[in-house]
Structures are given as C-alpha cells and as structure tokens.
Design a protein around this ligand. Structure first.
Ligand code: PLP
Length: 366
C-alpha cells in the first residue's frame, strides 16, 4: 500500500532523540526546546517561537493570549481541519464560519467582510493543503475593523505569500508538527510572534500560568501545553531537512502534473491551485474530480485502494458536523469537499510510484 503521507525520519533524528534521553532532560526543560524554538522562528522570519504539545493547543494558547473568550466571535474558514473551530470553542468564543475562494480554496476575503459583527475579535486564515491565503486583503480588513489575525499554518511550513513565509504574516501564527505535516515532532506545535508581550503571556499560560521568578505562584488559570525535549530533539533534526522536504513536495507536484496529464487535459480532474502570488508547499497533493463524471472522490478512493494506493477526501465543511450545524451553507466549501481528493504525498515517494498512481488514476477515471 502506498500511504497517503508518511514522515521521513532518519539517523539524525534518532541520534538527537538518543542524546535527549541520555541527558535525562526528557520533559519540557532542555536545550533542544530552546534550539527548536529559535531555529523554527528564524526559518519563518519571526523573532520568537513558543513550542507546544500539539497544533491544536497552539491555536488555543494564541486565542487566550490575545484575550479572546466569552462573548467574542472569531472568523474561521468553513473548509479546514476541525481543530481550527474547536480551539475557538475551547476559548469560550464563537467560531463564525466563512466560505472559501473557489480559485485557491482558502478563506475568501469578500466573504470575511460580510461576516464581521461588533463581536468579531479575530480572523484565523488557514493556509490549506500548503497554499497560502490571500493575506493583503485580509490584513486590510483586520486593520479597518481592529481585528487580530492568527494564522493557522499547520499545513504550510515553508509556503510563501508574495515572497514572505507564512507564519510571519499575523499577530500570532500557529503550526503543527503532527506525523504527516511538513516536518514532525511526533505530536507537537508552535506559536510564532514578533510581539514580546504576547510571547511572554504565551510562555506563562503554557506553563500553568506560573509567575516567572516566584515558584508555585499563579495569577491566572494556565495550561500544561508544553512540548517535551524529546519532541524538540526530533524537530531540530527535521528542521535541518525542511528545505529538502519543501522542494521534494514541489517536485512531487511537477511529477503528478506529468503523470496526470491525460485526465487533466480531458477535464476529468483539476490540478491543485498555485496563485501567481503564492508559493505552495503542496502538503497534500489534492485534485478536484470533475462533477460531471458522476463519481465523487469517495468512489475514486475505494478504486484506488483496490490498486494499493491510499487516497483521502478533503475535509467536510465544519458546519456539516453536529456541533457546528447551522442553516447557512458554504457552497464553495461544500463543492470542494465533495470533489477534493488527496493523493499520496510522502517526501519519500519515488517518480516510479507517482507514474504508477498516474496510470491507476487514468484507469479509475476512465
Ligand atoms: C493538523 C492541523 C491542526 C492541528 O494540529 P495537531 O498538531 O494535530 O493538533 C490544526 N489546523 C489544521 C489546519 C491542521 O491541518
């Protein structure tokens, strides 16, 4: 079976983790944590990083640090992984779901404007499947309405918007280092920010709200959202390879472009977008099956499975889930959800495997 997206972990990772274990610093104090925070922040062009236990709590930490809670609304894309909306709920605020732009699948700036109310406090643009959001109009809206921006960059390490890396385009950016993300720490996440006050608040909240310099004194209800030194040891080694991983993801997109030329040319499927202002990292190489074929992504997925290929549908719109059900629909997100199909995207994939997947797709879609 060719898996959808497996991590690439080598001897360097192993050596770092062994070093961390031998050092005895197995919890959340240790040199790998500091090194990972500094180096990942620098990679993204941001001054500070706050490593967390995973990407979901990174989002929650960012919201709480910005003072977002009960009575507030936060704009979230309808088409995203559920964690984006859930984090807003954890903070006690209301996620307001906004539809995607049909050309690049991320938050549609025009739709954001229409969703703003006096209760709106923040926008969470999600750089979906490795493609950045159109951040200039979003920043313009945020400025006019005095809103914070929290990037959810969990799927897009290394992606660029007009030459600037994602993660550097907001008040706080949140990343995930889950096993199938661009780089992994097993489980893990990070908040990035240039604002020292916010960074300090996140560090305190991450560690039970402990007051620096006054042991066991707590002024606020914080969390244990810390990353372990073992996770960071893995992350430091992964970070040395991030440029290679990003280039390989982009190479996979080129290979898929050739391997799927037949189905693309006859309109059976549509390739993933890359807008002129974007550098996508193609986290998951995702195509759209033509609606006119009368088959959905689900049919294609089971036929590919018969041929030893693991493919996945894209996310359901958040409002399709019982906890977020509402009468208003997001037609673009719904359409993408029904037709979106992610193909194997591991950085270890070979050209031969991509050709095989291309041939299988040709047969399955015929
Ligand atoms: C993976 C992901 C998250 C959550 O990250 P975890 O590390 O799994 O908690 C959040 N948002 C998006 C868009 C993701 O893809």
């Amino acid at each position: 079976m060719i898996p959808i997206c497996e991590p690439s972990i080598g001897e360097e990772e192993l050596a770092n983790v062994v070093e961390a274990v031998r050092s005895g610093w197995v919890s959340s104090k240790g040199n790998f944590i500091i090194e990972f925070e500094e180096k990942f922040a620098r990679y993204c062009g941001v001054s500070h990083g706050v490593a967390t236990a995973n990407g979901t709590v990174a989002l929650h930490l960012a919201l709480v640090a910005l003072g977002i809670g009960a009575g507030h609304e936060v704009i979230v894309p309808s088409l995203t992984f559920i964690a984006t909306a859930n984090a807003v709920r954890y903070a006690g605020a209301k996620p307001v779901l906004v539809d995607s732009h049909p050309d690049y699948w991320c938050l549609d700036p025009a739709a954001i404007e229409r969703a703003i109310t006096p209760k709106t406090k923040a926008i969470i643009p999600v750089h979906l499947y490795g493609h950045p959001c159109d951040m200039e109009p979003i920043a313009d809206i945020a400025k006019r309405h005095h809103l914070y921006i929290i990037e959810d960059a969990a799927e897009s390490h290394g992606a660029e918007y007009k030459g600037r890396k994602v993660g550097s385009l907001s008040d706080i950016a949140c990343f995930s280092f889950y096993g199938n993300k661009i780089i992994t720490t097993g489980e893990g996440g990070m908040c990035l920010s240039d604002d020292e006050g916010l960074v300090q608040r996140m560090r305190v909240l991450r560690d039970h709200g402990a007051t620096p310099g006054k042991p066991f004194w707590h002024d606020v209800v914080g969390f244990n959202y810390r990353m372990t030194n073992l996770q960071a040891a893995l992350g430091v080694a992964q970070l040395q390879k991030i440029d290679t991983f990003v280039e390989k993801k982009r190479l996979l997109a080129t290979w898929y472009g050739n391997a799927l030329k037949g189905p693309f040319d006859r309109g059976a499927i549509q390739p993933p977008p890359e807008m002129p202002w974007a550098k996508s990292v193609y986290w998951m190489y995702t195509v759209l099956v033509a609606g006119s074929l009368g088959i959905g992504s689900g049919d294609v997925i089971s036929r590919l499975r018969d041929r030893g290929i693991e493919a996945r549908p894209v996310f359901y719109p958040v409002e399709a889930m019982p906890m977020y059900r509402r009468p208003k629909r997001s037609p673009v997100a719904e359409d993408l959800s029904q037709r979106g199909l992610s193909l194997p995207s591991s950085v270890n994939l070979t050209a031969e495997q991509v050709r095989y997947i291309g041939e299988a797709m040709g047969t399955v879609l015929a």
